[in-house]
Design a protein around this ligand. Structure first.
Ligand SMILES: *[C@@H]1O[C@H](CO)[C@@H](O)[C@H](O)[C@H]1NC(C)=O
Ligand SMILES: *[C@@H]1O[C@H](CO)[C@@H](O)[C@H](O)[C@H]1NC(C)=O
Ligand SMILES: *[C@@H]1O[C@H](CO)[C@@H](O)[C@H](O)[C@H]1NC(C)=O
Ligand SMILES: *[C@@H]1O[C@H](CO)[C@@H](O)[C@H](O)[C@H]1NC(C)=O
Ligand SMILES: *[C@@H]1O[C@H](CO)[C@@H](O)[C@H](O)[C@H]1NC(C)=O
Ligand SMILES: *[C@@H]1O[C@H](CO)[C@@H](O)[C@H](O)[C@H]1NC(C)=O
Ligand SMILES: *[C@@H]1O[C@H](CO)[C@@H](O)[C@H](O)[C@H]1NC(C)=O
Ligand SMILES: *[C@@H]1O[C@H](CO)[C@@H](O)[C@H](O)[C@H]1NC(C)=O
Ligand SMILES: *[C@@H]1O[C@H](CO)[C@@H](O)[C@H](O)[C@H]1NC(C)=O
Length: 602
């Protein structure tokens, strides 16, 4: 994922997200990329057919041109030719979707070639091209079987990362203004501290929305922020699928005999994207694996009230791991502690004391505040990546609480974050937070009600901090950031969600495979069951692990085997099948490396 040039401070970024800003909100990235070369995206001229260029050693890169406004394109198809529009890139009415594809291990003409699998890492705001680079080989290894080999296609949803135009709200290239606004908000009292504080946060969020509106004023209805709905991204995916199929047909000299279908693996927000696609285009799904499920209706409501249901269970798991590690291994555990509850009480008391009496520390030459939000955010972000983060979180909390040394805590919430990768070419922006607002605030614009009224924020604050006392405070900043949001996408899909995929006997499509951790602090298991209810024939697999999503937080040969078989034959396990995680891959203090997981750089 693209990281911001100012990683040490970005995790206090404005009313929006989260650590590193590279990470999207619901999904926290933790992949480490090591690229021998960078690639000049400007040298690719966007095209309406899929034209690949060799890039990043073994990958293929493309920029696919799609109509900015699919509603307009549907109304006037002649002005949006299906292919070959040579000069259309000069028009504001197009977007260019960045695509990075990891080729299959066999040629496309090989009988064992299994086709293209699109992936999405979540967010919203996450980069699919980054995921292809970071995890493509790992995921391909899970999907591939002896007689089936896939290519993995990552794309940056419109507005994000390397796709153009970029969703961003600030013009100054150094990001000084963005940082200044973030600092202003980072210094405000806790949003729970009373009406003055609540009103301050509300005003700051509205200000953030106004910055976006002013930045985009010249673009008018062609602003990318008006066209980032999840429905638009789903429609883009259909376009990618068709163009990839056309490319293969032209290569093989055969004609397309049936409509191309999607094969897809989506994580976190990527499950909402997949659900949207399957509900909009039910007869265009070949295979779909959704992992770490976002509730569609709740997302569209703008409240995100069905995410933190199990968060405190996952918090407890961290304290239990520390307690079991003992005083010599876990610096957060004290001799007198008789259970994990004692450790938790100590940290909770510290957080509460910071609500009243914040501290400060010199960090990287600046005076930084140590607030309840800083600690809660560090914990929240760490829960995404238990295997590589637990030991570091324990060290950071212990150092802050017992030694008054806040360096580790302030160095960023996601302790797995790779060092920033520099990009000088097109799309080098790193503001996943603004992209996330573009998607989420736009998707929910129709149903959220009056977000210009502070009572909306007040409701969110009281609900989410009660639902999860530890992670609610940082989490609520996301839905609260939509106050004053002015963009309303014309191309939307608001249900009904559901499908009867695979009901036709002539179809080779398969019902959806749904994965979830047993205890997921960002997308609870209940969401997976609810999704299964509306997609006919689907099955839920429960993985006995903690964190967010099954495939990206732990290894499980059981889960991997089910996914592999599903892609190969379309066969689903019994609904409710339970998979253990591999016993050699458990979160531990001190850190214990996880065999087979090295592609993530853990
Ligand atoms: C990238 O490609 C563009 C277009 O070909 C070119 O103008 C630019 O100089 C290149 N940038 C770098 C850093 O090579
Ligand atoms: C493409 O070029 C033609 C001829 O120069 C022009 O008439 C047309 O408006 C252009 N189309 C777009 C979408 O820019
Ligand atoms: C805070 O604002 C709410 C809603 O306007 C009001 O009902 C309440 O009395 C206020 N509380 C204080 C302490 O002023
Ligand atoms: C493919 O379709 C085109 C147009 O329908 C036709 O002219 C051509 O003969 C077909 N090619 C094959 C290999 O069937
Ligand atoms: C504070 O902690 C950091 C990171 O562990 C360490 O490098 C530094 O020396 C500590 N500072 C003091 C004053 O002990
Ligand atoms: C804000 O919402 C509250 C509760 O729904 C309502 O009583 C109040 O009149 C609203 N204020 C404005 C300015 O619309
Ligand atoms: C199967 O699809 C047909 C045609 O789309 C539809 O009429 C029928 O209700 C579906 N059957 C089930 C069981 O969903
Ligand atoms: C799968 O099981 C869950 C939990 O029992 C249930 O809610 C869901 O409807 C089932 N899915 C299907 C397709 O029957
Ligand atoms: C998982 O599968 C790998 C590769 O087949 C094997 O080496 C490893 O022993 C398996 N691990 C467990 C816990 O079964």
């Amino acid at each position: 994922m693209r990281t911001s040039p100012s990683t040490s401070t970005t995790w206090l970024l404005i009313g929006v997200l989260t650590a590193g800003s590279s990470s999207a909100f619901i999904q926290q990235q933790h992949h480490r990329r090591q690229l021998p070369v960078d690639f000049n995206w400007t040298s690719i001229i966007p095209s309406q057919d899929l034209q690949y260029h060799a890039c990043y050693d073994s990958y293929k890169c493309a920029r696919l041109q799609v109509p900015l406004d699919w509603a307009k394109a549907a109304a006037a198809p002649s002005s949006f030719p299906a292919s070959g529009g040579s000069n259309a890139s000069s028009s504001n009415s197009w977007a260019a979707i960045a695509i990075i594809t990891l080729p299959a291990t066999v040629p496309n003409t090989d009988p064992s070639f299994g086709g293209t699998v699109l992936i999405n890492p979540g967010g919203p705001g996450g980069s699919g091209t980054g995921m292809a680079l970071d995890s493509g080989v790992y995921l391909r290894g899970i999907l591939d079987s002896e007689d089936r080999h896939y290519e993995i296609l990552g794309f940056d949803p419109r507005g994000m990362a390397l796709s153009t135009p970029s969703a961003e709200c600030y013009s100054d290239s150094e990001g000084v203004n963005r940082l200044a606004d973030a600092v202003q908000q980072g210094g405000m009292p806790p949003v729970t501290a009373g009406n003055v504080s609540l009103n301050l946060h509300f005003a700051a969020a509205k200000g953030g929305s106004s910055v976006c509106a002013e930045h985009e004023a010249a673009a008018g209805s062609d602003s990318i922020f008006s066209h980032m709905s999840t429905a638009s991204v789903a429609r883009d995916m259909l376009e990618i699928v068709e163009r990839a199929d056309a490319l293969r047909s032209s290569g093989s000299g055969r004609n397309q005999t049936k409509p191309a279908r999607l094969q897809y693996l989506g994580v976190s927000y990527g499950t909402f994207l997949g659900n949207t696609f399957a509900s909009m285009f039910p007869d265009r799904v070949e295979r779909m694996v959704l992992d770490g499920v976002v509730d569609a209706g709740d997302f569209l409501s703008g409240r995100l009230s069905k995410n933190l249901n199990d968060a405190e269970l996952v918090v407890d798991r961290f304290y239990q791991t520390c307690f079991q590690a003992g005083t010599s291994a876990c610096p957060l555990r004290q001799e007198a502690d008789t259970s994990a509850v004692d450790i938790r009480s100590r940290v909770d008391a510290y957080i509460h004391s910071l609500e009243i009496e914040p501290l400060s520390a010199v960090f990287n030459g600046r005076a930084r505040l140590v607030t309840s939000l800083v600690v809660r955010q560090a914990i929240r972000v760490t829960l995404y990546t238990p295997i590589c983060s637990y030991a570091n979180l324990a060290a950071a909390l212990a150092s802050s609480i017992f030694a008054g040394n806040h360096t580790l805590l302030l160095s960023g919430g996601n302790f797995c974050q790779p060092p920033p990768l520099s990009h000088t070419e097109v799309g080098s922006y790193a503001w996943a937070g603004e992209a996330a607002m573009g998607v989420f605030c736009g998707d929910s614009a129709a149903e959220a009600g009056d977000r210009d009224n502070v009572s909306f924020t007040a409701d969110i604050v009281s609900f989410l901090t009660e639902q999860s006392p530890t992670t609610g405070e940082p989490w609520l900043r996301f839905p609260a950031s939509c106050s004053g949001w002015s963009f309303k996408p014309p191309y939307t899909f608001r249900g009904p969600f559901g499908s009867a995929v695979g009901n036709s006997s002539s179809s080779s499509s398969s019902p959806m495979l749904i994965l979830s951790n047993r205890h997921d602090h960002a997308t609870p298991l209940a969401n997976a069951y609810a999704l299964s209810q509306v997609h006919g024939g689907s099955a839920v697999v429960v993985q006995e692990s903690f964190g967010h999503s099954a495939l990206l937080t732990a290894t499980s040969n059981c889960t991997a085997g089910i996914v592999r078989e599903y892609f190969k034959s379309g066969t689903l396990p019994a609904n409710g099948t339970v998979c253990e995680q591999n016993s050699d891959c458990e979160p531990a203090i001190p850190f214990k490396a996880c065999p087979g997981f090295s592609e993530f750089g853990l």
